[in-house]
Every structure is written in structure tokens, then in C-alpha cells.
Design a protein around this ligand. Sequence first.
Ligand SMILES: CC(C)(COP(=O)(O)OP(=O)(O)OC[C@H]1O[C@@H](n2cnc3c(N)ncnc32)[C@H](O)[C@@H]1OP(=O)(O)O)[C@@H](O)C(=O)NCCC(=O)NCCS
Length: 167
Amino acid sequence: MGQSTLRTERLTLVPLRDEHTEAVVEVFAHKSMSTYIDIDFSDPANAREMVRRRLAYDGPARMGHWAFLDGETVVGIGHLRPSWELPGDLPEIGWYLSPFHGGRGLATEAAAAILRHGLVDLGLNSVWALVHAGNEPSLKLAARLGFLVVGTGFHYGAEHRVHVALP
Ligand SMILES: CC(C)(COP(=O)(O)OP(=O)(O)OC[C@H]1O[C@@H](n2cnc3c(N)ncnc32)[C@H](O)[C@@H]1OP(=O)(O)O)[C@@H](O)C(=O)NCCC(=O)NCCS
């Protein structure tokens, strides 16, 4: 079985496809999207390369990358994939929402759906989230989803808080 489409109250999370590329470039066009990342994704070339890497995902078939659709509009992306920062291929989640759609709980709603998919549909024993220690909006999102903080570590080139969610 392949990667599922996930539905929430306001969003549809569809497996990320080539045709989403330019819309994702738009999502990352605002500088604030790259504040806690060491690459400037407001540069369309960097954003396109990032999407290309995501499209090249070849991990477990039921995990991967999703585009968050509000109607026809791509408002963000998220993922659930084996971590390359944590040992043992632990499943790692990530979330990104355009600032033009922020502050309404859409990222929380989308991330909750991916988390539920991992823990319930896929029966994973844990889902991990690495959040930059200064990224308040993302730390708050992880807390809203019930993630436990288990420490900090140097990941993605900076200090990140290490979170886990259990079934
Ligand atoms: C991290 C990120 C997704 C958070 O975006 P966000 O807009 O704060 O998240 P949400 O869409 O869930 O909205 C949450 C806000 O809406 C409010 N809200 C309103 N209605 C809500 C609802 N129904 N449910 C939950 N929150 C709601 C919350 O109170 C919160 O506001 P607050 O931060 O003032 O308390 C976004 O900042 C982002 O994409 N940043 C850049 C990329 C990034 O850093 N990604 C994380 C990598 S680890």
C-alpha cells in the first residue's frame, strides 16, 4: 500500500507531487520561513532543490511528504520519514506553514493528522520531532500536540529540542 491522503476538518494532506513544486516555492517565499534553517528557502532555486529532494524520497511507502491543501491552495507541507539525525531510522515528523495562513491552527491540525497516521494507522512505537531551541511557534505546536521533551541535541547545525510522541 502507498502513501495515504489524510483529511482533517479544514485541510486535505495529499502526497507531495511534482506539480506542487511552484506552490511550495511560494509557501517558502517569505524570509520568515527560513529563520531557523541554515538555507535561505526564499531563494526559489533553493526551494526548488528542497522540493526535488523531498520528491526523491525512497523510504517506507506509507511514510513520506505531504502537501497541505486548503481547497485548491497549497498552504504548507509536512513529512514523516526515517530520521537522518537520530539513530535507528526513528520516525521523524516535520511541519511548515505559509505565514499568510498562520495563526489559525492549520499547522497544528495538519501535524496532528500526520502524527495520528504514524501512531495509529502505521502502528509506530514513537514519532520524533526536532525543533530549533529558538523556534517558539514550532515549540508551541509540538506542545499542543502533546509531544514530550526528552532533551536537547545538536541537529541540523544548531541546538534543537528533542521531542517524542508515544501511542
Ligand atoms: C512552525 C509553524 C508551522 C507554526 O505556525 P503557526 O501558524 O504558529 O501554527 P498553527 O497554524 O497551528 O497556528 C497556531 C496559532 O493559532 C492559534 N489558533 C487559532 N485557532 C487555533 C486552533 N483551532 N487550533 C490550534 N491553534 C489555533 C494558536 O493559539 C496559535 O497561536 P499562538 O502561537 O499565538 O498561541 C510556522 O511558524 C512555520 O512554518 N515556520 C517556519 C518553518 C518551521 O520552522 N517549521 C518547523 C520546523 S521544526
